[in-house]
Design a protein around this ligand. Structure first.
Ligand code: SF4
Ligand code: SF4
Length: 439
């Protein structure tokens, strides 16, 4: 299919826009509307603007771009909508259309090119960046920069949200097949992510251990790449399609029972490869089969007979839903079921656990003021529970919540559900959670 033919699908489609009946039932579920009380920053207002552009009644202006970009793409409105509006699909298409018609300043274009095309898809470049950042963080240079306090406010904010680098990187698992403890019950492949390989390497290790404890032979195919979620959210669907094809080629023919991800955001996009490649004659059917095999690690573990040989993890926790797990994939009970299986772990639900924490991919780096305002509200809800640990199911949320604890919290620990399971299976050394020895 010619590029021009493909591009006609990379804009909001009338059939999707027409589903909105402007009832407004989504407004209270929208973090940006709750914060600003501006109709144009609500789901209904954004859909109205998209429809105006689509019909030709309005142009793509700076104001339109601002309202579309301020959306977190958290899809809370999708859950709230009684008319079945696929808002995530709409906002991704609106962003793709914007990217196709505007010319960003040269520095921004170069930056986007470097991040989306050179860094995220490249294991080598991610490894190099990880090594440099690790030297900066481990050598004391970072502490010196913080002590001297000469960075402008914007850079200080960005630094506070930057991930800690974890060595050794989980790229070391690539190309390996790791055997389960005991008999093989399932053959699964792990999708390691992109930045997660250098900043959540211990989470990937924990995921592999927990899967092996549950009878999984875990393959980490070397030819896999970034899932493309950040590209889709940034209006770069063609880049995402290239990555999707590479992942399909790398994993589909492996005869796996499941393709596992520990990132709610990645899982949501991986499960939508079928839609992403629906107009690709060669890959459409493969993409649908691929998406059917993708399972979030919570979803997978909650669906099998879980290894019950766990030790107590006597902590009070509260669970923050990952938006793309709760709203994108409609998975809410699986992580809670896993947490309930851990002896002596007490779950205290916070109010509005499914309202976005402000992470949203790279949103917190681009719209830092809004992201921090949402994070402050989130931490107020967390603090009210009195829980010592915040559990979640997406690395991006973990980063944001760790920043939230530093800025607004009560020294809570932040852990992925899988890390808590890993601890229950006896791997305390890898965790961010410190559990008293006496039970
Ligand atoms: S997106 Fe759904 S809930 Fe929101 S105004 Fe439209 S129809 Fe109503
Ligand atoms: S995706 Fe989230 S931020 Fe965007 S309109 Fe929907 S609820 Fe609001």
């Amino acid at each position: 299919m010619a590029a021009s033919e493909i591009i006609q699908f990379d804009k909001p489609q009338q059939i999707d826009l027409d589903k909105c009946v402007h009832c407004g039932l989504c407004l209270n579920a929208c973090p940006t509307y709750r914060e600003l009380r501006v109709e144009m920053d609500s789901p209904r207002g954004r859909i109205y603007q998209m429809a105006q552009v689509s019909s030709g009644a309005a142009q793509i202006t700076e104001s339109y771009i601002e309202h579309i970009e301020l959306c977190l793409a958290c899809r809370g409105c999708e859950t709230a909508c009684p008319s079945g509006v696929q808002y995530g699909r709409l906002v991704e298409a609106a962003r793709a259309e914007i990217e196709a018609v505007i010319q960003r300043p040269r520095t921004i274009r170069l930056l986007r090119h470097a991040v989306f095309r050179k860094l995220l898809p490249s294991r080598f470049n991610l490894g190099m960046m990880g090594a440099l950042l690790y030297l900066y963080q481990a050598s004391g240079l970072k502490r010196l920069v913080q002590t001297l306090d000469f960075l402008p406010r914007r850079l200080r904010e960005l630094e506070s949200l930057a991930p800690e680098i974890e060595i050794p990187f989980s790229f070391r698992h690539y190309g390996k097949v790791l055997q389960p403890e005991g008999a093989v019950r399932y053959r699964v492949a792990l999708l390691g992510g992109c930045v997660a390989n250098i900043s959540f390497a211990r989470l990937n290790d924990a995921t592999i251990r927990v899967l092996r404890k549950n009878g999984c032979e875990v393959s980490v195919p070397a030819a896999q790449t970034c899932c493309g979620a950040l590209h889709v959210h940034a209006g770069l669907p063609e880049d995402a399609r290239k990555l999707a094809r590479q992942n399909i080629d790398a994993l589909l023919d492996g005869n796996f029972d499941a393709l596992i991800t520990n990132a709610g955001g990645c899982g949501s996009t991986l499960k939508e490869y079928g839609e992403l490649l629906e107009h690709d004659a060669e890959y459409a059917e493969k993409a649908r089969r691929f998406s059917m095999l993708v399972k979030d690690v919570n979803e997978f573990l909650a669906s099998i007979d879980l290894n019950p040989n766990m030790q107590a993890v006597p902590v009070t926790i509260t669970y923050q839903d990952s938006c793309h797990l709760a709203h994108g994939q409609r998975i809410r009970s699986a992580p809670r079921k896993l947490l309930a299986a851990i002896p002596k772990l007490e779950l205290r639900e916070m109010t509005r656990s499914d309202l976005c924490c402000g992470s949203a991919g790279i949103y917190n780096l681009v719209h830092t003021d809004m992201a921090l305002a949402l994070l402050k509200q989130k931490m107020d809800c967390v603090n009210a529970t009195g829980a010592a640990v915040i559990a979640t199911a997406n690395p991006g949320c973990m980063l944001q919540l760790r920043a939230g604890v530093r800025m607004f919290g009560n020294a809570q620990k932040v852990a992925h559900v899988v890390e808590l399971l890993d601890q229950a299976y006896g791997e305390e050394h890898s965790l961010t959670v410190v559990v008293p020895k006496a039970v």
